[in-house]
Design a protein around this ligand. Structure first.
Ligand SMILES: Cc1ncc(COP(=O)(O)O)c(C=O)c1O
Length: 426
């Protein structure tokens, strides 16, 4: 017999599932994993400990876990072409913290993007970079081009000679000038880290930029945004940093890594080898199409001169439509799930009512949407943003439309439940 509390929580999970099944999920940092990946995350691995390195664990019982970890690491190196990889970080922020510790020293001079320019909080004084006591200088940003001002960045590297520069971002519609940074950084002895949390899946599909090939010292990332794995982190780095990175991951920032998620990461990497290119291609086509259609409908989509985006993301200035918080809430009431977002010209402290919203199409693509569907999504959104229609009315149409998409694509068998609760679940 279930207790009332258990019934309550199980019901809330059901309600959450039903809501998302009848919604348009457009948070740029989320995704859905494949049934094969979910099978791994529901396995007995979720109960186990494997502190340390394969073959050198602190507990017994790890012989199969060791083999899974080595295979996952091998797949990461194959997919991303890095010299080596650490697949143990349990989140993107912890991957960043470990990489900061390995690539720089406490109090070092560091260049990173401000939050309004798209930088993640972990690149700022509020989070991991702050905990490292870094002396943080903002990378110059070109608001019109929605990208780093490459020339000014290079000047600043020359002048400041920082120990570390952090590229990659939470808002990254266009590839960052990695090659340019590398050239100057070689002169100044600056190390480069690229935070690919948002674009890891596009990189896996060879459809964005290739920071490893462009010579960064370490790529860090979450494994669950455009890369559709279980929640976790990863570091792809040069051999020369391996000892320091592995130590910073364990025992530095994690004791036991999450073995079920690591196995799921391995399976997702194997699926991305097969389907990653098609997936990334479709994400970018969908994002561009959505940008164009939203603009046609009267939304102030940024980056029009540059084709709106080259990633999964779009930024829309909704300051004339009620502001970011108001618009995001109205969209949510119509089952369109997106987030308010600070724009480059907003005050960094104005997180409550910023001017923009950020949209991501990676999950809509994952559930099978193509460019024609983006026209429908744009129309549903603009009925709220531009025409001011009641969200409850639009919600009915959203439910009907989203109900047509109930399989995961770009994986081996995307029928929901195809492998869950299989013989691997314990
Ligand atoms: C650029 C960037 N780095 C790191 C993170 C943090 O990742 P996680 O939530 O996995 O810790 C995010 C989260 O959205 C991000 O956008």
């Amino acid at each position: 017999m279930e207790s009332e509390e258990i019934k309550f929580i199980r019901n809330k999970i059901r309600e959450h599932h039903n809501w998302f099944d009848s919604s348009l999920p457009m948070i740029a940092s989320e995704n859905v994993s494949s049934p094969l990946t979910r099978e791994a995350t529901a396995s007995d691995l979720s109960h186990r400990y494997a502190e340390g390195d394969p073959g050198k664990r602190f507990y017994e019982g790890c012989k199969y876990l060791d083999e899974i970890e080595l295979k996952t690491q091998e797949l990461a190196v194959e997919v991303f072409g890095s010299e080596t990889a650490d697949v143990r970080p349990i989140s993107g922020v912890l991957a960043n913290y470990a990489a900061f510790d390995a690539l720089a020293d406490y109090g070092d001079t560091v260049m990173s993007l401000s939050v309004p320019s798209g930088g993640h909080i972990s690149h700022s004084k509020f989070s991991a970079a702050g905990l490292m006591g870094f002396d943080i200088h903002e990378i110059p940003f070109d608001d019109d081009n929605l990208n780093i001002d490459s020339e000014e960045m290079c000047e600043m590297i020359k002048e400041l000679e920082p120990e570390l520069i952090i590229l990659g971002a939470s808002v990254i519609p266009f590839p960052h000038p990695v090659k340019e940074a590398r050239e100057v950084a070689d002169e100044t002895g600056t190390r480069i880290m690229y935070d690919a949390a948002h674009v890891l899946g596009l990189i896996a599909g060879n459809r964005f930029q290739d920071p490893v090939a462009d010579g960064v010292d370490a790529v860090t990332a979450s494994t669950h945004k455009t890369f559709p794995g279980p929640q976790g982190g990863i570091i792809l780095h040069k051999n020369q940093f391996d000892k320091d990175i592995r130590r910073a991951v364990f025992p530095g920032t994690t004791s036991n890594h999450h073995l079920h998620h690591m196995a799921g990461l391995g399976i997702t990497l194997a699926e991305m080898k097969e389907f990653g290119e098609d997936y990334a291609n479709q994400i970018i086509k969908n994002a561009k199409k959505l940008g164009k259609e939203l603009y046609k409908q009267g939304c102030d989509v940024l980056g029009r001169e540059k084709g709106y985006t080259k990633s999964h993301q779009l930024l829309v200035d909704v300051s004339e439509n009620g502001g970011g918080a108001t618009v995001a809430k109205k969209l949510e009431n119509a089952n369109i799930i997106a987030n308010k977002n600070i724009l480059p010209w907003d005050d960094v402290n104005n997180t409550e009512e910023p001017s923009g919203i950020r949209l991501g199409v990676q999950e809509l693509t994952r559930i099978g949407m193509k460019e024609t569907d983006m026209s429908v999504v744009a129309e549903l959104m603009s009925r709220i943003i531009v025409e001011g229609e009641k969200p409850e009315k639009v919600k009915e149409d959203v439910e009907e439309f989203s109900g047509k998409f109930n399989e995961v694509h770009y994986c081996y068998d995307g029928r929901l439940g195809a492998y869950e609760f299989s013989e691997l679940q314990r």
